[in-house]
Design a protein around this ligand. Structure first.
Ligand code: CA
Length: 265
C-alpha cells in the first residue's frame, strides 16, 4: 500500500478550508507543547521515537513496562500515547484497557493511543478484540509515517478540545441513542457510554446519516482524514468497540460495503 502518500495527504489537509461533512469542529491554530507517552521495552526503538518527536518540538516521556505506562498515563496526562503490545509485566492490551478505564473514572478526556505490533497477525488479533486503540502500526515502521499518523490523532484531540461550533446545538436523538455533540457525551436507553475521541467522531459520522450505508473508505476519510485504504481495519476495530459499548444491534455491517447506524426505539 502507498504508505508514502500519508504525509502528502496531511499536507493537503492542513491547508484545506472545507473539511469532511462529518467534521463540524474548526481546527485550532494554537501551538501547544505536545506531550507524548511512549510505552516501549526496546530501548533502541523507544529512543528513536523520542528523538524524532523531540525534533518536532514535542515532549517525549518513555517508560519500559506496562505498569509504568498505566501510572505515567495518569500522572502525565499525555496528549498522545504510543504503546507497544508485547511488554514485560502487563501487555499493551491490558495497559490500553486500564488507561481508558482510569480516564473514564476520572472524567478525563481519552488520549489517543497508537499501538505498535510486531506482526500483522497481532494487529488482526487486537482489531478482532475491538481494543480501543486509535491506530495501529506494524514494526518495522518509518519514523516519518509514525509522525504523520500521530499528527492525525493530535488533530482529533484539538477538535475535541475546541468545539464552539457544536455548542448550543441540540443533541442528536436517534431512537434510544442520544448524542450531545457540545458536551461530547453519548447515552443509550438512559445509560451513558464512555467513548474515546475517535469512537465518538465515528459514531457522529454514522449518526448524521442514519440508515445510510457508509463505506469503510468514506469513514476513514471523514473521521481519520486518511486517504490510504490500508487503514480500513482500524474502522472495523472501532465499530467493534462501539458495539461493545452501545450494544451489538446499533451498527449494521453491510458485507463488502461498510456500515450503517440503525436507530431503535
Ligand atoms: Ca516489546
Amino acid at each position: 500500500m502507498a504508505r508514502h502518500n500519508a504525509s502528502q495527504t496531511i499536507a493537503r489537509g492542513a491547508g484545506r478550508q472545507k473539511r469532511g461533512v462529518c467534521d463540524s469542529f474548526p481546527m485550532s491554530s494554537a501551538q501547544q507543547s505536545t506531550v507524548v507517552l511512549i510505552v516501549e521495552d526496546e530501548p533502541e526503538i523507544a529512543t528513536q521515537i523520542a528523538r524524532r518527536l523531540e525534533a518536532e518540538g514535542w515532549k517525549a516521556h518513555t517508560v519500559g513496562d506496562g505498569h509504568a505506562g498505566v501510572e505515567a498515563a495518569t500522572t502525565l496526562h499525555p496528549d498522545l500515547i504510543v504503546l507497544d503490545v508485547m511488554l514485560p509485566g502487563i501487555d499493551g492490551l491490558e495497559v490500553c484497557r486500564r488507561i481508558q478505564a482510569d480516564q473514564a473514572a476520572d472524567g478525563r478526556p481519552a488520549a489517543p493511543i497508537l499501538m505498535l505490533t510486531a506482526r500483522d497477525d497481532e494487529t488482526d488479533m487486537l482489531i478482532g478484540l475491538g481494543v480501543g486503540a486509535d491506530d495501529y502500526m506494524t514494526k518495522p515502521f518509518s519514523m516519518r509515517e509514525l509522525l504523520a499518523r500521530l499528527k492525525v490523532l493530535l488533530r482529533r484531540v484539538e477538535r475535541a478540545r475546541h468545539t464552539p461550533a457544536a455548542a448550543g446545538e441540540p443533541p442528536l436523538v436517534l431512537g434510544d441513542l442520544v448524542i450531545d455533540r457540545a458536551a461530547r457525551r453519548v447515552s443509550r436507553d438512559g445509560g451513558e457510554a464512555h467513548l474515546t475521541p475517535t469512537e465518538f467522531d465515528l459514531l457522529v459520522c454514522l449518526a448524521l446519516s442514519p440508515r445510510a450505508v457508509l463505506s469503510r473508505e468514506r469513514l476513514l476519510a471523514e473521521v481519520w482524514d486518511w486517504a490510504d485504504a490500508s487503514g480500513t481495519r482500524t474502522v472495523d476495530s472501532h465499530v467493534k468497540a462501539l458495539r461493545r459499548k452501545l450494544g451489538p444491534d446499533l451498527i449494521r455491517t453491510v458485507h463488502g460495503v461498510g456500515y450503517a447506524l440503525e436507530p431503535t426505539s
